[in-house]
Design a protein around this ligand. Structure first.
Ligand code: 5GP
Ligand code: ZN
Length: 120
């Protein structure tokens, strides 16, 4: 996929609106359009990488910047006391739907078990 066809690259470019909660030179954090928790923010690198494995391999420093932005948003959203969940859905089994790497930052209420069902 070329970046111009990528939904999150288009958000970075300002072509699609998003509720941005934090921006750095290399990262962007914005609210998920269909929140699964009281706080549900997506944290992405501005540069296009398909998934967290590709990002970690290609630019580990940028991967660390995504984590740092997620931590800063968690602090700003008041999640550090009660805790939060940070996850990267990856590939088919991971249920990834948008192939521009994004961390889901979830919090604001007890989040329940990590997985909806058990294997098998
Ligand atoms: P994935 O399933 O790839 O891990 O997560 C993709 C996420 O992107 C979903 O939680 C979905 O609600 C969110 N999403 C999809 N389209 C848009 C959009 O246009 N704007 C925003 N802010 N979030 C979106
Ligand atoms: Zn992209």
């Amino acid at each position: 996929m070329s970046p111009t066809d990528c939904l999150f690259c288009r958000i970075v470019a300002g072509e699609i609106p998003a509720t941005v909660v934090r921006e750095t030179g290399t990262t962007l954090a914005f609210r998920d359009i269909d929140p699964k928790a009281p706080v549900h923010v997506l944290v992405i690198p501005k540069e296009h990488y398909a998934d967290v494995a590709t990002l970690a391999e290609g630019d580990p420093r940028l991967a660390a910047e995504v984590l740092a932005t997620a931590a800063a948003v968690a602090e700003e959203e008041g999640l550090l006391g009660d805790g939060f969940r940070l996850l990267f859905n990856t590939g088919a089994y991971g249920g990834q739907e948008v192939f521009h790497v994004h961390a889901h930052l979830l919090g604001g209420a007890p989040l329940g078990p990590m997985l909806a069902g058990s294997p098998g």
